[in-house]
Design a protein around this ligand. Sequence first.
Ligand code: SF4
Length: 89
Amino acid sequence: MARSKTRTSTPQARILQTMSDMEKRYSNGEITVVWKPEKCLHAARCIAGLPKVFDVNRRPWVDMSGASTAEITRVVDTCPSGALTWEKE
Ligand code: SF4
Protein backbone atom coordinates (compact mmCIF):
# COMPACT_ATOMS: atom_id res chain seq x y z
CA MET A 1 0.00 0.00 0.00
CA ALA A 2 1.55 3.27 -1.10
CA ARG A 3 1.31 6.39 0.98
CA SER A 4 -0.16 9.39 -0.72
CA LYS A 5 2.09 11.77 1.20
CA THR A 6 5.43 11.22 2.86
CA ARG A 7 6.03 13.07 6.13
CA THR A 8 9.49 14.54 6.31
CA SER A 9 9.18 15.87 9.85
CA THR A 10 7.86 13.95 12.82
CA PRO A 11 6.65 15.77 15.96
CA GLN A 12 9.81 14.59 17.72
CA ALA A 13 11.97 15.93 14.91
CA ARG A 14 10.16 19.26 15.08
CA ILE A 15 10.70 19.47 18.86
CA LEU A 16 14.40 18.67 18.42
CA GLN A 17 14.63 21.31 15.70
CA THR A 18 12.98 23.86 17.98
CA MET A 19 15.45 23.01 20.76
CA SER A 20 18.38 23.29 18.41
CA ASP A 21 17.21 26.75 17.41
CA MET A 22 16.71 27.83 21.01
CA GLU A 23 19.04 30.19 22.76
CA LYS A 24 18.85 32.35 25.86
CA ARG A 25 20.61 35.68 26.18
CA TYR A 26 21.71 37.44 29.36
CA SER A 27 23.19 40.95 29.38
CA ASN A 28 24.97 43.11 31.94
CA GLY A 29 25.17 46.12 29.63
CA GLU A 30 28.77 45.35 28.66
CA ILE A 31 28.49 41.81 27.30
CA THR A 32 25.73 39.35 26.44
CA VAL A 33 26.12 35.72 27.49
CA VAL A 34 24.43 33.37 25.04
CA TRP A 35 23.36 29.90 26.16
CA LYS A 36 22.37 27.20 23.68
CA PRO A 37 20.81 24.42 25.77
CA GLU A 38 21.03 21.72 23.11
CA LYS A 39 24.82 21.98 23.21
CA CYS A 40 25.15 21.77 27.00
CA LEU A 41 27.06 18.72 28.21
CA HIS A 42 26.19 19.44 31.86
CA ALA A 43 29.89 19.45 32.65
CA ALA A 44 29.10 22.13 35.26
CA ARG A 45 32.27 24.12 34.72
CA CYS A 46 30.17 27.27 34.69
CA ILE A 47 28.46 26.39 37.98
CA ALA A 48 31.70 25.37 39.69
CA GLY A 49 33.57 28.34 38.29
CA LEU A 50 31.10 31.07 39.17
CA PRO A 51 28.20 29.87 41.32
CA LYS A 52 26.94 33.39 41.99
CA VAL A 53 26.31 33.82 38.27
CA PHE A 54 25.42 30.27 37.16
CA ASP A 55 22.90 28.48 39.39
CA VAL A 56 20.55 25.87 37.94
CA ASN A 57 18.31 26.11 41.00
CA ARG A 58 17.44 29.73 40.22
CA ARG A 59 15.37 31.27 37.43
CA PRO A 60 16.79 32.73 35.38
CA TRP A 61 19.75 30.48 35.99
CA VAL A 62 22.24 33.14 34.83
CA ASP A 63 22.56 36.26 37.03
CA MET A 64 24.84 38.71 35.27
CA SER A 65 25.08 40.90 38.40
CA GLY A 66 26.87 38.13 40.30
CA ALA A 67 30.38 38.89 39.03
CA SER A 68 32.45 41.28 36.95
CA THR A 69 32.51 41.11 33.17
CA ALA A 70 36.11 39.81 33.31
CA GLU A 71 35.15 36.98 35.67
CA ILE A 72 32.13 36.02 33.58
CA THR A 73 34.04 35.93 30.30
CA ARG A 74 36.83 33.91 31.94
CA VAL A 75 34.38 31.22 33.06
CA VAL A 76 32.27 31.25 29.90
CA ASP A 77 35.46 30.63 27.93
CA THR A 78 35.94 27.36 29.87
CA CYS A 79 32.65 25.87 28.62
CA PRO A 80 33.76 22.73 26.78
CA SER A 81 30.75 22.37 24.50
CA GLY A 82 30.23 25.87 23.15
CA ALA A 83 26.85 26.01 24.90
CA LEU A 84 27.98 29.22 26.59
CA THR A 85 29.49 32.02 24.56
CA TRP A 86 29.65 35.76 25.04
CA GLU A 87 29.41 38.81 22.81
CA LYS A 88 30.60 42.34 23.48
CA GLU A 89 27.86 44.98 23.38
S1 SF4 B 1 30.10 24.73 31.25
FE1 SF4 B 1 28.95 24.68 29.33
S2 SF4 B 1 28.56 22.53 28.96
FE2 SF4 B 1 29.10 22.75 31.10
S3 SF4 B 1 27.14 22.98 32.22
FE3 SF4 B 1 27.92 25.02 31.75
S4 SF4 B 1 26.94 25.54 29.81
FE4 SF4 B 1 26.76 23.34 30.02
